[in-house]
Design a binder for this molecule. Structure first.
Ligand code: CU
Length: 308
């Protein structure tokens, strides 16, 4: 009836069509009946009011019929849902990482992609992880949607049944750029997928500096660039050693971006807020990054000042 692109589509669509049809029949039937009674039982001259004493037959009818209907809704919903929680043993594993405000798909061994690339007709289990707030992974064409909650292991699974690109969205309001937290599921024929995976693997083991990898894995690049582009936060290009105009409380001051400034910016982002940017967006990485990590990041930031 609809063009779902995964094995989950049938169950979801059947439940949807059934519930929608019942609702449609009822809204039309009830509206017609209501208009009829409004006219037929309107107060008229010379027609005294009559008292009705109730009807066992009617009571039974309007209890049993809805009961049957809602039990059928339950049946369609449950049979579709049961399947959604039972992952086949041979499913491949990918972890979806939700963070403000981007999706990332982790194939293991440091292989991370911004898009969910998968082979067609193969079961995949997507483990869901959030590093900050609640998100929700939604792939409408596959009829799958599951909350992504920090500190809670959740998952979804499906078998893509069509080759093509399909939208991925976040359906849990997660802050300023929630609406741009978009990605794509790219479904390929097995051979194309194998080819893609080979190049993907090769590019993942390319030698990036430690500081870069650490920041990529911690999600800093969702808000910061290294090429001068202004995102939610300032770019890191040319940051180290420069003079920064910051707001400390209500006071505007200028300080030098040295080691301690960088460290403070990571641990207490709201203490010195860079002029022209918003407070409260970057959270503290106090519990995530150790002193050694911050040093690794700082060393990398220093290299961004050297002319390339
Ligand atoms: Cu989100």
């Amino acid at each position: 009836m609809f063009s779902g692109a995964s094995n989950m589509a049938e169950g979801v669509d059947r439940a949807f069509v059934f519930i929608f049809s019942v609702a449609a029949v009822f809204i039309v039937g009830i509206s017609i009946f209501m208009i009829y009674t409004l006219i037929h039982f309107a107060r008229k001259k010379g027609k005294p009011a009559r008292q009705f004493e109730g009807s066992i037959k009617l009571e039974i009818l309007w209890t049993v019929v809805p009961l049957i209907l809602v039990m059928m809704m339950f049946h369609y919903g449950w049979s579709g849902f049961k399947n959604m929680r039972k992952v086949p043993a041979d499913a491949m594993n990918v972890t979806a990482i939700g963070r403000m405000w981007q999706w990332e798909f982790d194939y293991g061994n440091g292989m991370k992609s911004k898009e969910l690339v998968l082979p067609v007709n193969k079961a995949v289990r997507v483990n869901l992880k959030s590093v900050d707030v609640n998100h929700s992974l939604f792939i409408p064409a596959f009829r799958v949607k599951e909350d992504v909650i920090p500190g809670y292991e959740n998952y979804l699974w499906f078998i893509p049944t069509q080759v093509g690109d399909f939208e991925i969205l976040c359906t849990e309001y997660c802050g300023l750029l929630h609406s741009s937290m978009l990605s794509k599921a790219v479904i390929k024929e097995q051979a194309d997928y194998d080819n893609w995976f080979k190049t993907f693997k090769a590019s993942a083991v390319k030698n990036e500096p430690d500081g870069y990898l650490l920041m990529r894995n911690t999600g800093c690049f969702a808000c910061h660039s290294i090429d001068g582009t202004k995102l939610v936060g300032p770019s890191f290009k040319g940051l180290f050693g420069s003079q920064r105009d910051v707001l400390r409380g209500d006071k505007k001051i200028t300080i030098t971006a040295d080691e301690s400034y960088i460290k403070n910016s990571i641990l207490n982002p709201d203490a010195d807020v860079v002029a022209g940017f918003n407070k409260g967006l970057m959270k503290s990485y106090k519990d995530i990054l150790k002193d050694a990590d911050i040093k690794t990041i700082t060393d990398y930031l220093k290299t961004l000042n050297q002319a390339k």
